[in-house]
Design a binder for this molecule. Structure first.
Ligand SMILES: [Zn+2]
Length: 494
């Protein structure tokens, strides 16, 4: 494990550099629990390599991969052990950092009267740095590491089970049995009575929007006309080919989170981070279709009967408060925390939209249908999911993945639906309009980032301190960078 030593090179006095280095050196990986190699290297290496591949490649390759059940079970044990030890390591680290923080705060209190301005400032900087490091370690232990391993295990399951599942799907198609699946009447999209009463949700949606604005949880809208009208017309195109029976209301928000969410009654919110993350039109159409499906499936209505809007917003604010202390942002994604917005998508997915596994799977199925019906390549959804889960999911795309149904189930469920859809020529993957939107978006992003820099942040309340240290872990790095596997041959503490 490498820890950034940024704190040592920021013009700090030797003493402070020493103090920060002390923080760094505390994190010593344990060599003690190194277990025996459970898999011969000639199996382990290709299996590990396979687990790094995107889902859509594994769907193609799974039947050609020859790993037996014992090997897969052994690999699963390796993943589980590594997840456990890695999580434990970062939990201990969180506790250590929090202990150091309390000690620094105690010493500040006892010495406060004697400190001159420079000394006081230095202490504030040390405290700020410890807070940021502690929050990062906590986010890694509680979110990033578990999600990354869920993803690895899902791929292992895919290698194990997909070849048989594929044969079953082919048999269903051959016999025509797939027409009997729930919502298998895809030629009647828009005319079938999916879930009656969508129009009764409009009022709830409006009220939710109003309350979110009141609570200060709604980031500003993007003003760029090209971006706005592109996203709106794409969403409308998908909506026209869906089961939506209420007017569509699209808002593009200027926030860094990679997310989109729907409120009951036809309100779709797309965040800037999502537009930055999608690689082509079919991916964006897939995400929009998924959100539309939450509206047509009336999922918000079903969940809002259990929780009031106010209680959801209260939770959003609480989560935002935790994140504002530096947890998420200091991993390297400086979100537009000033709005306290990062937590909102998370909570909306959890409590309004995504908490139910059943709803999420429904939205995946219907979303794939809508994207396809609107003429887009439905694989775009899987590819975007892939990109998020493989490269960034466990850090940046948190709200998409936390407590959603298991990855394996979602991927297979979506893939199965795609296979069941009638063949269609000329499905669109990309368009010149998408490229134009991306160009304009760069300007929007550059401006927003500049403004974020100029705005005082809760993350760095002490002006003139060195930027808080970062745990050296870039989003996009495989999780093994953070958590070397026991018996992997490499030293755990590089
Ligand atoms: Zn969803």
């Amino acid at each position: 494990m490498r820890i950034s030593a940024a704190g040592t090179s920021l013009g700090a006095s030797g003493r402070r550099a020493g103090a920060l280095l002390g923080v760094v050196l505390l994190v010593v990986p344990t060599h003690a629990q190194r277990s025996r190699v459970p898999l011969p290297p000639e199996v382990r290496a290709p299996l590990k390599e396979a687990l790094q591949k995107p889902y859509h490649e594994l769907f193609e390759e799974a039947s050609r991969l020859e790993f037996n059940a014992a090997q897969i079970a052994a690999m699963r044990r390796v993943l589980e052990e590594t997840q456990k030890s890695c999580t434990a390591q970062y939990k201990r680290r969180t506790e250590d950092l929090e202990k150091q923080l309390r000690a620094e705060q105690a010493s500040l209190k006892t010495q406060s009267a004697r400190l001159d301005d420079a000394e006081r400032k230095q202490k504030h900087c040390v405290i700020q740095n410890l807070r940021a490091l502690g929050a990062q370690a906590r986010v890694l232990a509680e979110h990033a590491i578990p999600v990354a391993y869920e993803n690895r295990k899902a791929k292992l399951e895919l290698i194990e089970k997909w070849p048989e599942e594929w044969r079953r799907i082919q048999a269903e198609i051959a016999s025509g049995a797939h027409h009997q699946r729930k919502w298998g009447d895809v030629k009647d999209i828009g005319f079938r009575d999916l879930v009656p009463g969508q129009e009764r949700d409009i009022k709830d949606g409006q009220e939710a929007v109003r309350q979110m604005k009141l609570a200060g949880l709604m980031p500003p809208e993007i003003e760029n006309e090209t971006v706005k009208s592109y996203v709106t017309s794409l969403a409308q195109k998908v909506a026209r080919h869906s089961d939506l029976r209420v007017p569509l209301n699209v808002t593009v928000l200027n926030s860094k989170e990679i997310n989109a969410f729907a409120l009951p009654g036809g309100f779709i919110f797309v965040q800037r981070g999502l537009l930055e993350a999608v690689e082509n039109e079919s991916q964006l159409a897939g995400v929009l279709a998924h959100e539309l499906a939450h509206v047509t499936g009336r999922h918000g209505n079903k969940l809002m009967r259990k929780a009031t809007v106010a209680s959801i917003i209260y939770q959003a604010a609480q989560i935002a408060a935790v994140i504002l202390t530096g947890g998420a942002a200091s991993i390297g994604m400086y979100y537009a925390l000033q709005y306290g917005f990062y937590g909102l998508g998370l909570v909306l997915s959890l409590d309004m939209l995504g908490v139910s596994r059943e709803f999420e799977l429904e939205a995946d199925q219907l979303g794939v249908q809508y994207a396809w019906n609107a003429g887009f390549d439905p694989n775009g959804f899987i590819k975007f999911f892939d990109k998020m889960a493989t490269k960034e999911g466990y850090v940046n795309g948190l709200s998409w993945f936390r407590t959603h149904p298991p990855f394996y189930q979602r991927m297979v469920h979506s893939k199965r639906e795609i296979m069941f859809l009638p063949a269609k020529d000329g499905l669109v993957e990309n368009s010149p309009e998408f490229a134009r939107m991306k160009e304009e978006l760069q300007k929007v992003t550059a401006k927003a980032e500049q403004e974020d820099k100029e705005r005082p942040s809760l993350l760095a309340p002490v002006q003139g301190c060195p930027a808080p240290e970062k745990i050296e872990y870039k989003s996009g790095d495989p999780i093994e960078t953070l958590c070397p596997e026991p018996g992997d041959g490499k030293s755990a503490g590089r």
